[in-house]
Design a protein around this ligand. Structure first.
Ligand SMILES: Nc1nc2c(ncn2[C@@H]2O[C@H](COP(=O)(O)O[C@H]3[C@@H](O)[C@H](n4cnc5c(=O)[nH]c(N)nc54)O[C@@H]3COP(=O)(O)O)[C@@H](O)[C@H]2O)c(=O)[nH]1
Length: 805
C-alpha cells in the first residue's frame, strides 16, 4: 500500500505542503503538487500517479471537479476530493466523477491514511471487476453472445421503459424493451414477452435483427428470473447468435430427411470404404440391414462386379470426386438388378479423404419401359404385327446374312383389293376389324420363321428367309390369296375381299433391301394392273417394264411443257337418230425419242403423282376449246366426254377448274360429260362431295368401264350418275357369249329403270352393233365407226357422217 504515488492538487501552498509532509510521513510518494486544474491534468499524464488528491474549490478558472472529471475520463485514476466546506452543487459535481473519498480540511493524519487506504482498496477492487468484465466480454464476443438484463418483469408491457442492458460486442446496448421487441421478428415477439413475464427460467431461439435494414438472424435467448435483495425482479440472460449453427443444423435436418426419406439407396463408408451408415431405402432395395453390412465394402456384396482397382484412385486423381454410371447390383436374396449409381468422395478441410457416399437407384422399371418402347416402335398397334420399321430391319438383316451364306430372301408385298369400300361403307372400326382378321390369317398361313408385317393402311409385307424354291413361294402366295378370299365375318356384315401380291426374290443383282422391296412393289403394281386378286412375280420383263416406267415418269414431267401431249376425239354415235352425238377425249403422248406412248402406259404413272392433275386440267381445257371450235364450225349438239381420275376429284379446286373452262369457251354445261371409273366412285367422302358439287353445277357424270369394278347394279341408284358405259370386255364376245349377253342386257334394263343413258364401248363389228341396238343401247363407241381422231379430222369426219347418215 505504501510507496504508492500520489499527486496533490491544492491552490493553498501551506495546505499543500502540510499534506505532502503528512503523506511522506505515512510512507507515500508525492510525485507532484499542482495549484490549478490545467497543471493537474498535465502532471497526471506525465507523472502517472496512482491517486489524485484534488481540492474541490480551486481558486482558478478551472474547477477542481472539472479537472477531476477530465483525469478520470482520460486515465481512469482514482480521485479523492479535498474540501473545507461543501455546498450541494459542488457535491453533486464531485459525485459525477465517482470519487473514491472525501477529506475534510484541516486533515487529521490518521484520517488521511484511512481515506487513502480505503480509496486504494476500492480502486483495486474496481480494477479487478473491470478486468473480469473485460474477460467476460471477450468470452461473450468469442461465443457470439450478448448479455441482457431487464428489471421489474411484473410491469412489463411494450410501453414500459424498463431498461434492457445488452452487452453486444463491441459495446453495451441499452434500450427499452419495446425497442428491443421491434428488433425481434413479429412472429416471435409474443413468445418472448410471455417468457419474460411468466418463466423463472427460459431459453428460446428467435429471429432478431440489429436494424431495420439488416436481415433477421437466429438468436438463442437464455434467461433466469432473479429476486434482488431490494425485492425487485430482474431477468438476466444471454443472447447468443446461433444463426450460422441454426442454418447448418437446418441443412443437417434437410440432409437427414433426404437420407431417410429418399427412394435412392445411400451407403456412407469411411475413407477405407468400410460401411458406416445406410439409409432405409438401401435396406428396402437390398434387403440388408445396417447391422449386417456395417464394416463391409460395397464392392464385396452389393456390386455384382467390383469396381476396378483403378476406379477409386482415379476418382481422386481426376479431381471430379464423383462418378455416375450404370452398374449391376445384387440383393440379399441374390436377385440381380440394374442400378444407376453415384459414387462421391468426401474430404476434410485439410484435404484428407474421410468418406465415400454411394447412392443408387433400381432402374429395372426404366429398362423394362425402354424395352417396351422399343418393342412398340417396331409394332403395329392395330394388328400386333411388326410395322414398317420392323420389316425394314428384318429385311436389311436378312439381306446382309444372304451375303454371307448365299441364300435367298423373298418379299411378298400384299395390297388388299376393295378394302376402301369396306372402310367407306361400313366404317373405320369394321375396317380395322377386317385388317386384324386378315393379319391373323396371314400369320396362320406362314411358317414360323417368316415375318409378317403391316407397313401401312391395307399393305402387308411378308419376309421369307432361306427360300427353297420359287414353286414353294408360289404355293405360299396362293395360300395367302385363298386365306383372304374366305368370307370375313365382321360385327355388322360378312364381307369378301381379295388381295394382290407382288413377289420379289433376292438376286445377286439386287443390291440392298430397298431395291428388293421396290421390285416387290413393281410386281404388286403389275398384279393390280392385270386385274387384282392375283400373284405377280418380279422378273426380267417386269424389270424392263419397271425400267420403262421410270423412264416414262422422268420424261412425263416435261411432256406438257414440251407440247408433246395432244388430245384426240373418238366419235360417239347416237343410234336412234344416226348422228354424231359427241366424242370421248383421249390423251396421246408423242415423245420425240420414245415414239407414241399409249395412255394406258403413262396415265397410271401420272395418276401416282400430282402430274395427273395438271394433265387432266389441260385435257379439259383442250376439250372445251374443241367443242367451241366444232360449234363454230357448224357441228351442233355435240358434247365431249372427258376422263377424270380419282386424284383430280380429290383436288378441291376441281369444280372451279371445270366451271372456269366452260366459261372461258362460252359453253353450255350440257356440252361436257365427265367419265369416272367405278373405283373412283367408291373412293371416299371427299370424292362424293365433289361429285355432288359437279352435279349441282349441272355437269353430267358417266361411269366408265362399268362392270369391271365393285359396284353392284343395285348400288347404281345411290350414285349421282347420268350415264353408264358398258366396258368393252363385255362387248368383245357379243353376240356369241351368253354371259356377256346377260350382263349387257341386265345393265341396259336397270339403266332404263333408273333413267340412265348407256354407251357401249369397243364396238368393232356390225353384229355387236345390231345386238346392242336391239337390246336398247342408245349410244355406241368403237372402231366400227372410228378410232380416235385429231381435232381437224373430227370436224371432217363428223360432217361427212352426219351427211351420209
Ligand atoms: N384420266 C384420263 N384417262 C385417260 C385420258 N385419255 C385416255 N385415258 C385412259 O387411258 C386408257 C386407254 O385409252 P386409249 O388407249 O385411248 O383407249 C381408248 C380407246 O382407244 C379404246 N377403244 C375405243 N374403241 C375401241 C374398240 O372398238 N376396240 C378397242 N380394242 N379399243 C377401243 O378404249 C379406250 C377408251 O376407254 P374408256 O376410257 O374406258 O372409254 C383408257 O382407260 C382411257 O380412259 C385422259 O385424258 N385422262
Amino acid at each position: 500500500m505504501k510507496h504508492r504515488k500520489i499527486l496533490i492538487v491544492e491552490d493553498e501552498k501551506i495546505t499543500a505542503l502540510d499534506l505532502e509532509l503528512t503523506l511522506v510521513d505515512l510512507g507515500y510518494i508525492v510525485v507532484g503538487s499542482a495549484a490549478n486544474g490545467e497543471n493537474a491534468i498535465e502532471m497526471a499524464q506525465q507523472l502517472k500517479p496512482d491517486l489524485v488528491l484534488m481540492d474541490i474549490h480551486l481558486n482558478t478558472p478551472m474547477l477542481g471537479t472539472e479537472a477531476a472529471r477530465i483525469i478520470v475520463e482520460k486515465q481512469q485514476l482514482p480521485v479523492v476530493f479535498l474540501t473545507a466546506y461543501t455546498d450541494n452543487r459542488s457535491l453533486d459535481a464531485a459525485s459525477n466523477c465517482l470519487p473514491y473519498g472525501y477529506l475534510v480540511k484541516p486533515f487529521e493524519k490518521r484520517e488521511v491514511d484511512a481515506t487513502i487506504r480505503i480509496a486504494f482498496a476500492r480502486y483495486d477492487a474496481d480494477i479487478e471487476i473491470r478486468l473480469s468484465e473485460q474477460r467476460l466480454r471477450l468470452a461473450l464476443d468469442a461465443a457470439h453472445m450478448s448479455v441482457w438484463e431487464w428489471q421489474s418483469p411484473s410491469t412489463l408491457n411494450t410501453t414500459n421503459t424498463a431498461q434492457l442492458v445488452a452487452v453486444d460486442p463491441p459495446g453495451v446496448i441499452s434500450q427499452p424493451l419495446d425497442m428491443l421487441l421491434e428488433h425481434i421478428h413479429p412472429e416471435d415477439r409474443i413468445a418472448v414477452q410471455q417468457d419474460v413475464e411468466n418463466s423463472a427460467h427460459f431459453s428460446r431461439i428467435i429471429r432478431m435483427r440489429k436494424s431495420q435494414q439488416s436481415e433477421y438472424r437466429r438468436v438463442e435467448l437464455f434467461a433466469n428470473l432473479f429476486l434482488w435483495s431490494d425485492n425487485n425482479c430482474r431477468v438476466v440472460g444471454v443472447a447468443q447468435d446461433v444463426d450460422d449453427r441454426y442454418k447448418a443444423d437446418e441443412k443437417l435436418r434437410q440432409a437427414s430427411a433426404v437420407f431417410n426419406c429418399t427412394s435412392e439407396g445411400i451407403v456412407i463408408t469411411d475413407g477405407g470404404r468400410k460401411i458406416i451408415s445406410v439409409n432405409p431405402a438401401f435396406e428396402e432395395i437390398t434387403g440388408y440391414e445396417l447391422s449386417e453390412v456395417k464394416g463391409l465394402d460395397p464392392d464385396d456384396f452389393l456390386h455384382a462386379r467390383r469396381h476396378s482397382d483403378q476406379f477409386y484412385p482415379r476418382l481422386h486423381d481426376e479431381g471430379k470426386n464423383f462418378w455416375s454410371g450404370e452398374i449391376g447390383c445384387s440383393t440379399k436374396s441374390g436377385h440381380r438388378f440394374p442400378a444407376w449409381e453415384h459414387v462421391c468422395s468426401v474430404y476434410d478441410e485439410v484435404g484428407h479423404l474421410t468418406n465415400y457416399v454411394f447412392t443408387f437407384s433400381d432402374i429395372s422399371e426404366l429398362r423394362r419401359a425402354e424395352k417396351n418402347l422399343a418393342r412398340m416402335a417396331y409394332l403395329d398397334a392395330l394388328t400386333g404385327l411388326g410395322n414398317r420399321v420392323h420389316m425394314e430391319r428384318v429385311l436389311e438383316d436378312a439381306m446382309e446374312r444372304r451375303d454371307d451364306s448365299r441364300s435367298s430372301v423373298a418379299v411378298l408385298y400384299m395390297d388388299l383389293d376393295g378394302f376402301k369400300v369396306v372402310n367407306d361403307t361400313l366404317g373405320h372400326s369394321e375396317g380395322d376389324r377386317l385388317l386384324q382378321i386378315l393379319a391373323q390369317r396371314f400369320q396362320d398361313s406362314v411358317r414360323e420363321g417368316d415375318i409378317v408385317t403391316r407397313i401401312g393402311g391395307d399393305e402387308f409385307v411378308i419376309v421369307v428367309q432361306d427360300i427353297e424354291s420359287e414353286v414353294g413361294l408360289r404355293k405360299m402366295a396362293q395360300k395367302l390369296l385363298r386365306a383372304v378370299q374366305a368370307p370375313i365375318e365382321l360385327n355388322r356384315e360378312t364381307v369378301e375381299v381379295s388381295v394382290s401380291i407382288g413377289v420379289a426374290i433376292s438376286k445377286p443383282s439386287i443390291k440392298d433391301f430397298d431395291e428388293l422391296l421396290r421390285a416387290a412393289d413393281t410386281a404388286l403394281f403389275e398384279a393390280k394392273h392385270q386385274g387384282k386378286n392375283r400373284i405377280c412375280f418380279y422378273d426380267f420383263v417386269l424389270a424392263m417394264e419397271s425400267g420403262e416406267r421410270l423412264r416414262i415418269e422422268r420424261h412425263l414431267k416435261q411432256a406438257l411443257n414440251n407440247h408433246e401431249l395432244t388430245v384426240e376425239y373418238q366419235p360417239l354415235i347416237d343410234i336412234d337418230n344416226q348422228r354424231v352425238r359427241g366424242a370421248e377425249a383421249l390423251c396421246r403422248w408423242y415423245h420425240p425419242e420414245l415414239g407414241m406412248i399409249p395412255p394406258d402406259r403413262f396415265i397410271p404413272i401420272a395418276e401416282q403423282s400430282d402430274m395427273i392433275i395438271n394433265i387432266g386440267a389441260w385435257v379439259l381445257q383442250e376439250s372445251c376449246r374443241a367443242i367451241r371450235g366444232w360449234l363454230d364450225a357448224g357441228i351442233k349438239d355435240v358434247s365431249v366426254a372427258v376422263n377424270v381420275s380419282v386424284r383430280q376429284l380429290c383436288d378441291t379446286s376441281f369444280c372451279n377448274i371445270v366451271a372456269a373452262a366452260l366459261k372461258k369457251y362460252d359453253l353450255d354445261v350440257s356440252s361436257l360429260e365427265l367419265e369416272i371409273t367405278e373405283s373412283a366412285l367408291q373412293s371416299n367422302d371427299r370424292v362424293r362431295n365433289q361429285l355432288d358439287q359437279l352435279r349441282t353445277l349441272g355437269v353430267r357424270l358417266a361411269i366408265d368401264d362399268f362392270g369391271t369394278g365393285y359396284s353392284s347394279l343395285s348400288r347404281l341408284k345411290h350414285l349421282p350418275i347420268d350415264r353408264v358405259k358398258i366396258d368393252r370386255s363385255f362387248v368383245k364376245d357379243l353376240p356369241n357369249d351368253e354371259s356377256d349377253i346377260e350382263i349387257c342386257r341386265a345393265i341396259l334394263a336397270l339403266c332404263k329403270v333408273l333413267d340412265m343413258q348407256v354407251t357401249a364401248e369397243g364396238v368393232e363389228n356390225e353384229a355387236q352393233l345390231n345386238m346392242l341396238r336391239d337390246m336398247g343401247c342408245g349410244c355406241i363407241q368403237g372402231y366400227y365407226f372410228s378410232r380416235s381422231l385429231v381435232y381437224e379430222r373430227f370436224i371432217e369426219w363428223a360432217k361427212a357422217y352426219n351427211k351420209i347418215a
